[in-house]
Design a protein around this ligand. Structure first.
Ligand SMILES: *Cc1c(COP(=O)(O)O)cnc(C)c1O
Length: 402
């Protein structure tokens, strides 16, 4: 353990809910972060796909300072003008029609699940059921952990919410078989690219087949783009690579560049399900979060960050593939744009600490998948640096465990 690690105090009064590294961050700039001891890190985690614009972005900071000085929070008792501005931005970029704002990913998914149930009830279905997926992650509220396909997330929190049918990824026959003759199905719900589950993409053809099935059956297609959305893959939303459109799309993480925010975007089939009194939140859509969302999208476009995510992501992937593909111990390299996963053939959580020691922030998810979700401002040179730090760490890990 390095000197920086031992200097970090423990937290006796904060609940012990995270397996934290012994590091505390102080400040950042661009794709760099410094800890309280002055050690510098290259950020390939972005606060788990949150810091879209990196740290202390020179256009975002003054905008947020301006907003804080004017109004942080008012209330949904009143209109918040930037809710309409941000809703319109999301609607135009998704081709959908209406937005509900909240403050996190699980809240966005919770709203989606409520939409699906009410959609069913409005059709006379008293016990609506929603199709969800193996290895999915949708959050840690009781309903969203029930939708999640990870027994570790669910353990200890039963009874789970009922009304979910679970199927494997990318298997249209399995989906048809699991739902055949069931009149209670109302929606199909998945991530375009699973994040926590190990960077597992849905294939374009599968997405198109599910879209067609939802149309034929009059189900809602609900796509959780909390992690893979907001430009990360090189399009605004990852499902757009398949040329489809969902009926309901939860967003969060990257939408506010670090300010807590969530949104549910709905198409015509789901836009008018909620009526006054059906859903709400105190913080959702507040002036600070809305300003963060509006400025994030504006700056992303000014700086061409969709293209950047695509090109720098492809470059980084190329570097990783050239060095790793076919090596014993390397199972797969997956993902799109700046959402990449390197799957090894054994649990490799230790790489998180080793990378941090070497000055690189990343995470390991689903036990054996090294996940890279850097800020979308990352340059090709910085991507080269990510590879230069990470590849020897992977090589050493594979050599020890061969
Ligand atoms: C992170 C995540 C969530 C949960 O978001 P929170 O803001 O932590 O509640 C939901 N779905 C996906 C796909 C995520 O990656």
């Amino acid at each position: 353990m390095n000197a920086a690690a031992t200097a970090v105090p423990s937290s006796p009064h904060v609940m012990n809910t995270y397996g934290r590294l012994p590091i505390a961050m102080s400040h950042g700039r661009g794709c760099r972060v410094w800890d309280v001891n002055g050690k510098e890190y290259l950020d390939a985690l972005a606060g788990i796909a949150v810091n879209t614009l990196g740290h202390a972005h020179p256009k975002l900071v003054p905008a947020l300072q301006d907003q804080v000085a004017k109004l942080i929070h008012s209330s949904n008792y009143y209109h918040v003008p930037n809710q309409e501005v941000l809703a319109r931005m999301l609607v135009e970029r998704s081709g959908m029609t209406n937005v509900f704002f909240c403050s996190s990913g699980l809240e966005a998914n919770e709203a989606a699940l409520k939409l699906a149930r009410k959609y069913g009830h409005d059709k006379g279905i008293e016990r609506p059921e929603i199709v969800v997926y193996e290895k999915a992650f949708h959050g840690r509220s009781i309903a969203t952990l029930s939708a999640t396909g990870n027994p570790k997330v669910q353990a200890g929190f039963g009874p789970l919410v009922e009304g979910f049918i679970r199927v494997p990824l990318n298997d249209i026959e399995a989906l048809k078989k699991a739902t055949v003759g069931n009149p209670n199905v109302v929606a199909v719900f998945f991530e375009t690219i699973q994040g926590e589950g190990g960077v597992n993409p849905m294939r374009a053809q599968y997405l198109q087949e599910v879209r067609a099935l939802c149309d034929a059956q009059d189900w809602l297609l609900m796509i959780d783009e909390v992690q893979c959305g907001m430009g990360r893959t090189g399009k605004w939303f990852a499902h757009q690579w398949a040329g489809i459109q969902p009926d309901v799309m939860p967003l969060a993480k990257g939408l506010g560049s670090g300010v807590p925010i969530g949104a549910v975007v709905a198409g015509p089939k789901a836009a008018n399900i909620f009526q006054p009194g059906n859903h709400g939140t105190t913080f959702g859509g507040n002036p600070l979060a809305m300003r963060a969302g509006v400025e994030t999208i504006r700056i992303m476009e000014e700086e061409g960050l969709l293209e950047n995510a695509a090109t720098v992501g492809a470059h980084l992937r190329g570097r990783l593939e050239a060095a790793l593909l076919g090596k014993p111990g390397v199972k797969d390299i997956r993902g799109q744009g700046l959402m990449l996963g390197i799957e090894l053939d054994k649990p490799c959580g230790v790489i998180t600490q080793r990378a941090a020691d070497a000055g690189l922030l990343l995470s390991v998810t689903a036990d054996s998948v090294i996940r890279l979700v850097p800020p979308l401002i990352m340059t090709t040179a910085e991507a080269d640096e990510v590879a230069a730090i990470l590849l020897p760490i992977i090589a050493a890990f594979l050599a020890e465990n061969a």
